[in-house]
Design a protein around this ligand. Structure first.
Ligand code: MG
Ligand code: MG
Length: 267
């Protein structure tokens, strides 16, 4: 059942999302060659707790860490490790926080030093596919309209859209109804209405959409070993329109990036 949120609850959720946004902004300065993902995980856990929140993934379905850390050909759900990042890597960092009984959950794929131009393009297209999906998150539209927009944009660039993992409703639980696939058909699926809050999170592969799961039961990898990117925002439907609860602005401030990509999705 879809849990519709009041405007008050949406404001509380904005705070939870903001904890994650600030955590990712803090990490943006730390992502560089030589750092290990376990070091970043520790920084994130301390930061989230200092914000009066609890790491949202730690212990969830028995996940042992604060962050999902998925470098290069890993799609999502990778574990932090003692392996240092190297120049040219990409690292998808997915972060959750629980505060005032609500979850925030969003993700960003970072470049480690200078990355190859085709990898850079994968990141740009994946992030834009997220915004193409968010544009369709309007009251009266359907879940399939969002998925279609993401898939259409990514596939136009020749990329593979992961099928097995999807976005989701967000609230008092990390994963609520409805599922928000990153593929779909226009006009199909559940109807979108005011008060819905969802995490939209395209996982886009440079090559095939097909994936494998490691025997650890978590880590998802591209089947062809090519890179994969993951960007995720928390979005509410307010007054019929999509409104971002999360923001990448802290990341951009840390990296000196100027962007107006979020402007149309502000309150
Ligand atoms: Mg996430
Ligand atoms: Mg999510």
């Amino acid at each position: 059942m879809i849990q519709i949120k009041t405007l008050e609850e949406i404001e509380i959720m904005r705070e939870s999302a903001l904890v994650v946004s600030k955590t990712l902004g803090m990490l943006a300065k730390e992502v560089k060659p030589g750092v290990t993902t376990l070091q970043l995980d520790k920084l994130a856990e301390d930061f989230i707790r200092s914000e009066g929140a609890i790491p949202g993934f730690l212990g969830l379905y028995d996940f042992p860490n604060t962050l999902c850390m998925s470098p290069n050909a890993q799609v999502v759900h990778g574990f932090p490790t003692n392996e240092p990042l190297v120049e040219g890597d990409i690292i998808s960092i997915d972060c959750g926080a629980f505060k005032n009984n609500f979850y925030g959950d969003h993700a960003y794929t970072f470049e480690v030093g200078e990355v190859a131009p085709d990898t850079k393009k994968l990141l740009e297209v994946t992030k834009q596919s997220l915004y193409e999906g968010i544009k369709e998150l309007k009251a009266g539209n359907r879940v399939g309209d969002v998925g279609f927009a993401i898939q259409n944009y990514a596939e136009k660039h020749g990329y593979g859209v992961v099928r097995e993992l999807v976005g989701h409703g967000l609230g008092r639980k990390m994963h609520e109804d409805p599922e928000m696939p990153n593929y779909g058909k226009r006009g199909r699926g559940k109807k979108l209405i005011n008060g819905m809050v969802v995490a939209i999170e395209p996982m886009i592969n440079m090559g095939t959409h097909k994936i494998n799961q490691l025997k650890d039961g978590w880590t998802i990898l591209t089947r062809d070993g090519k890179p994969s990117a993951h960007f995720e925002h928390d979005v509410a439907i307010v007054d019929g329109r999509p409104e971002l609860l999360s923001t990448f602005q802290y990341i951009y401030d840390a990296l000196g990036i100027v962007s107006n990509e979020e402007d149309t999705f502000r309150a």
